[in-house]
Design a protein around this ligand. Structure first.
Ligand code: PMP
Ligand code: GLN
Length: 385
């Protein structure tokens, strides 16, 4: 194993899904839906294959997808990007994160990232030879947030990038305007590049007053010119296995990421790009119905976890709900997840795996992007604990 990858074994998602498959357990570990995306989206991909869209598309992505992405950012967030040189199509958000960090972070440079963080961040920062500076999100009035002083203290003269995920996996926090303004101020003051992972941009649930709709950091003053925004079709259209993602950013960042991307994958899959372009243009209503259905699933699972005696952090967004396992008498999330599998036949993720510090000890993460009967069966089984 290359030295930079020491300590990075099998990802927790692969491990937990393999465990669920091997033992027939209910898989509330890895975040993927158990129903398909819109039928016309699937048909469009099949037609693209049968219609001969089977050779390398252009490296930066099919023009029709880049145009659809630019149109989506303009319509939804009033952010204007030129599809010719400010949009890059990638192999999922995972490649977008990799290409961006590898392009922007030099050996020894630092990346400020909120922990718990999505697992690929640590691995890619390490591959780039960078150093991560975690800022811990802690529970405060039922949701996870950061202490602005800790954020400011994490920045050093070597800091190059601030990597933000909102809506946030695994806590479910959707950062609000006030929090984003603090983050933006830190970026502007220290001349940092912001990389924003927005894969759950549509999956926000607390509608009261429109308070928790996703706000892209690039919409804040002085941020568009220093932000690389990342998204993915996987979550928005329930096609996590298709691996189509994208970057929107000023041309110099897109060029840098594309230079790296050329040698990672060169280009992303042609038929799926065509289908995703269609869906971005035409499937807004389907996505809204998905959001409404996921909100009900969030409540279904959160209520079940609460009824079973766990302290539950009902998320504002994403596929995931976190729970503190201590009220049930478990020492930490790892012990709980082991017992949950053995006694109840349910797989979840011990949130500690997403932390550098030990602040994640008490928590477990459950995915609720599952059919109602699967959630109900899991809730029923929680009583075996
Ligand atoms: N970022 C976050 C926060 C995620 O939860 C995921 C998981 N799907 C990804 C990135 C990766 O997205 P993709 O499957 O498009 O590579
Ligand atoms: N994003 C998904 C999760 O957090 C899983 C992605 C993966 O398996 N790499 O569960």
């Amino acid at each position: 194993l290359v030295t930079r990858m020491q300590g990075f074994g099998t990802t927790v998602f692969a491990e937990m899904t393999a465990l669920a498959v091997r033992t027939g357990a209910i898989n509330l570990g890895q975040g993927f839906p158990d129903t398909d995306g819109p039928a016309k989206l699937l048909e469009t991909a099949a037609e693209a294959i049968m219609g001969g869209a089977n050779q390398y598309p252009p490296g930066p992505g099919l023009p029709e997808l880049r145009e659809a992405v630019a149109a989506q950012r303009a319509e939804r967030y009033s952010l204007a990007y030129d599809p010719a040189d400010e949009v890059l199509v990638t192999v999922g958000a995972t490649e977008a994160i990799a290409a961006t960090i590898l392009a922007l972070v030099e050996t020894g440079e630092e990346v400020v990232v909120f922990e718990p963080y999505y697992d690929s961040y640590a691995a890619i920062i390490a591959l780039a030879g960078g150093v991560r500076r975690p800022v811990t999100l802690r529970p405060d009035a039922g949701r996870f947030t950061f202490d602005p002083e800790e954020l400011r203290a994490a920045v050093t003269p070597r800091t190059r990038v601030l990597l933000l995920n909102s809506p946030h996996n695994p806590t479910g926090t959707v950062f609000g305007r006030e929090e984003l303004e603090i983050i933006a101020e830190v970026c502007r003051e220290h001349d940092l590049i912001a990389v924003t992972d927005e894969v759950y941009e549509y999956l926000t649930y607390d509608d009261a007053g429109g308070g928790t709709a996703h706000v892209p950091l690039a919409t804040l003053p002085g941020m568009r010119e220093r932000t690389v925004a990342i998204s993915s079709a996987g979550k928005t259209f329930s096609v996590t296995g298709w691996k189509v993602g994208w970057i929107t950013a000023p041309p110099q960042f897109v060029r840098a990421a594309q230079t790296v991307k050329q040698f990672l994958t060169f280009t992303a899959s042609a038929p799926y790009q065509r289908a995703v372009a269609y869906a971005l243009r035409e499937e807004r209503e389907w996505v809204e119905a998905l959001r409404v259905s996921l909100r009900a699933k969030r409540d279904r699972l959160s209520d079940g976890l609460t009824a079973a005696g766990l302290t539950t952090f009902r998320p504002q967004g994403t596929y995931f709900v976190q729970a503190d396992v201590r009220p049930l008498g478990f020492g930490d999330g790892r012990e709980f997840v082991r017992a949950l599998h053995e006694r109840a036949g349910i797989v979840a993720i011990p949130t500690q795996v997403f932390y550098d510090s030990d602040a994640g000890g008490p928590y477990a993460r459950f995915a609720f992007c599952k059919r109602d009967e699967v959630i109900d069966e899991a809730v029923e089984r929680l009583h075996r604990l």
